[in-house]
Design a protein around this ligand. Structure first.
Ligand SMILES: [Zn+2]
Length: 714
């Protein structure tokens, strides 16, 4: 039987670019974002909102006046920050008395050279102050049951739907005012998403439904034959958005239902469309205005399914991506190595930077660790420097430590510019395959990445293209791979690349239809066989559809390998036992976004994975660091200078002695010099180095928290 081809341009990518084609893409990142540090202080809750929330102070007016004073601006500059994000528009409401203060603040910022951003949150409307408008304008989102979703317990903040044109117009109007009347440098667009969070009141309003029908008709209406193969029939106008009554309201396993797949793609496409509309509008008004977009980056969560965005696309339209997770760099309660290496690596390929909440706390060492981790993984952008005290953690706490770090960065700023990754291993979180993947795929990627992080292997997370220097590609149970992607992978191997293939990778085509044999058959070891399916029909009742078959994996301990031309392939039947995974849902069937550390650990068979990687990498990684567990390394090459970097960050509570770094000097290059710089003082810079043949060895006497090894090659 010949496999049926699905080399379909329509289903080739998660975001259907044809729905964006009417908005020319002209915007480039503002030069200042690329050239300056991004060290940001936040004061972004408007006074009216603090009061409405019931979280304000007796002296709130005095405190709020301070947040708009010259003293405030000077104090921010004094800790080494260069950017303030002030409150402005919360859910379309701007308090005019507060706005007068903003104008004064903008003057102080200009006078003292502090960049100013404003906070805009546009995915809800402050319904209490828009009674009349809501009587006449159709703006609100609707859940499948017709109710209006709200922002958690703040029930007066009702969700709006960007499929309704009035919301985009109001959003633009607010942006225009900030740029024209305040002359801002940055827009912090919080909650910058479309359609809400699935299982937490995602939109199913009439406007969404109509646009979804148009989406389906444009993609499938012109080709009845493909349409019938896709949906079983051609009645597109009868297809409703999925997720009505059944709980949980989203697929809990693989997304194989074609309507769910189309819905995810529709959501990601509309998010991209709205992001492009807004970013192009900002560019038109002032090309130097930067955008911080927050739609909540996730590494364990399927953001395409839950939030309706594709990170690789989204980050093209924002200069900083917001992240609100709680995985700040530290050793966890059970010795877990907690960090945000993945989050940074997901954003980095687009050229955007990451903004995190950082809980600095009172500990000086913790503060230095957070700043160091951000500098090492975010190409020098420390991002979160604290908040006005009447909002959250006071930015002035340990201000001297922050200033010292910022000054050190300023001195060494040339080393944080034009940095690109060093990629021995790329974990392929292919956008579309991940969007339709079951939770175990995320667990598999997480565990494998954790090993690469803990072992300090130069690695990268690719969502579309992988970097040109990739030596090993890891495919973390990517069941959905169309023929085109399989062909690209086969070509990669034929040209000398190596593959770590895990689990059900390529067992389905791009639509999720089960193949008769793996899409990667031509390069897999011959003894690898497709898993059988086991069905549990006995649990099917009249209202309980038969569940999809479970794959029965045979010998999980045998990992076949194969040389293919110049490339190598290893197949791992199963990396993570599904039985180890917790439920992803709360008791009320909503998705559980709570802190979960299950997969912040290396795979059970870590040593076997290490052996497999060693074989795939032939002579091992191109850069290595020998030190204690809990020391992280991130490697860069600098464009045009011949410099390589090894950033070392110590998560442990004490300094570690004797760190050994070694690298293979790239063919045709020579090491001219080695330097070590550190914000922790000269003691953390002491080192010796030598080159033997093509091998560079650097011995660092002591790592306190952060040291950077700079290798100049010629
Ligand atoms: Zn809607």
């Amino acid at each position: 039987m010949t496999p049926q081809t699905t080399l379909d341009p329509i289903t080739g990518s998660l975001v259907d670019e044809r729905f964006l084609a009417d908005i020319p893409r002209r915007r480039e990142r503002p030069a200042w974002v690329l050239n300056e540090s991004l060290a940001l202080v936040g004061a972004w809750e408007p006074l009216f909102h603090r009061r409405r929330l019931g979280t304000t102070h007796v002296d709130d007016e005095t405190f709020y006046a301070y947040e708009h004073s010259e003293q405030f601006v000077k104090e921010i500059l004094a800790i080494g920050a260069n950017l303030l994000v002030t409150a402005y528009d919360k859910n379309y409401y701007v308090d005019e008395e507060e706005f007068v203060l903003k104008q004064q603040l903008a003057g102080h910022c200009r006078k003292h050279g502090l960049r100013l951003g404003v906070y805009i949150r546009a995915d809800n409307i402050y319904s209490e102050v828009f009674v009349e408008r809501l009587k006449t304008d159709d703006l609100l989102a609707r859940q499948a049951d017709g109710r209006v979703p709200r922002y958690g317990s703040q029930e007066w903040r009702k969700n709006v739907c960007f499929h309704k044109p009035g919301n985009i117009e109001a959003f633009k109007k607010s942006i225009r005012r900030a740029i024209a009347e305040l002359g801002v440098d940055m827009l912090h667009l919080d909650g910058f998403g479309v359609g809400g969070t699935e299982s937490h009141g995602a939109c199913r309003c009439d406007a969404c439904r109509q646009d979804f029908t148009v989406f389906l008709q444009r993609r499938w209406g012109g080709d009845p034959k493909s349409c019938k193969r896709r949906f079983g029939h051609t009645c597109l106008e009868g297809i409703e958005p999925p997720g009505h009554l059944i709980l949980p309201a989203i697929p809990t396993g693989r997304v194989t239902d074609p309507v769910w797949q189309e819905w995810v793609s529709f959501r990601c496409t509309w998010m991209a469309r709205v992001a492009r509309i807004i970013s192009e509008y900002v560019y038109e008004l002032n090309p130097d205005v930067a955008i911080l977009g927050n739609s909540g980056l996730g590494v364990r969560e399927n953001c395409a399914l839950l939030e309706g965005y594709d990170a690789a696309t989204y980050c093209q339209y924002v200069d900083m991506m917001g992240n609100e997770d709680a995985f700040q760099a530290h050793m966890g309660p059970e010795g877990q190595v907690i960090q945000r290496a993945r989050q940074h690596k997901l954003v980095e390929p687009t050229g955007a930077f990451l903004w995190n909440y950082m809980q600095h706390g009172p500990s000086e060492r913790n503060l230095r660790r957070q700043l160091s981790h951000a500098a090492a993984f975010n190409r020098g952008r420390t991002a979160c420097m604290g908040f006005s005290f009447a909002c959250y953690d006071d930015f002035r706490t340990n201000g001297g430590v922050k200033r010292k770090f910022a000054d050190w960065q300023k001195q060494n700023w040339a080393h944080f510019q034009q940095l690109g990754p060093v990629t021995d291993v790329a974990v392929w979180r292919e956008s579309r395959a991940m969007a339709f993947a079951e939770p175990i795929t995320y667990a598999t990627a997480m565990r494998l990445e954790q090993l690469l992080i803990e072992d300090r292997v130069p690695f990268h997370i690719a969502q579309g293209e992988w970097p040109a220097d990739t030596r090993v590609l890891a495919l973390p149970n990517l069941a959905f791979l169309d023929d085109a992607r399989c062909a690209r992978l086969a070509q990669f191997v034929e040209q000398g690349g190596s593959l770590l293939v895990i689990g059900q990778t390529s067992s389905l085509d791009g639509w999720g239809r089960r193949r008769s044999d793996f899409g990667l058959r031509a390069i897999l070891p011959p003894e690898v066989r497709m898993a059988g399916l086991a069905f549990d029909q006995h649990i099917a009742g009249a209202n309980d559809p038969i569940k999809p078959g479970r794959e029965t994996v045979g010998d999980k301990d045998h990992w076949p390998c194969r040389q293919v031309g110049k490339g190598r392939v290893i197949y791992i039947p199963e990396l993570v036992d599904p039985a180890t995974q917790p439920s992803l849902f709360n008791a009320d069937h909503t998705y559980n976004f709570g802190l979960d550390l299950t997969n912040w650990r290396v795979p059970e068979k870590a040593d076997e994975v290490r052996k497999a990687l060693a074989w795939l990498l032939d002579e091992g990684p191109s850069m290595r660091v020998k030190s204690e567990r809990g020391v992280l390394a991130n490697y860069y090459r600098q464009s045009g200078t011949g410099r390589f970097y090894c950033h070392l960050v110590n998560l442990l509570e004490k300094a570690v002695p004797e760190i050994v770094f070694d690298m293979d000097v790239p063919a045709g290059s020579q090491v001219a010099s080695v330097r070590v710089i550190s914000p922790d003082g000269v003691d953390a810079e002491r080192h010796r180095w030598e080159v033997a043949g093509t091998h560079l060895l650097v011995e660092l006497a002591r790592l306190d928290i952060y040291s950077v090894i700079i290798i100049q090659t010629t």
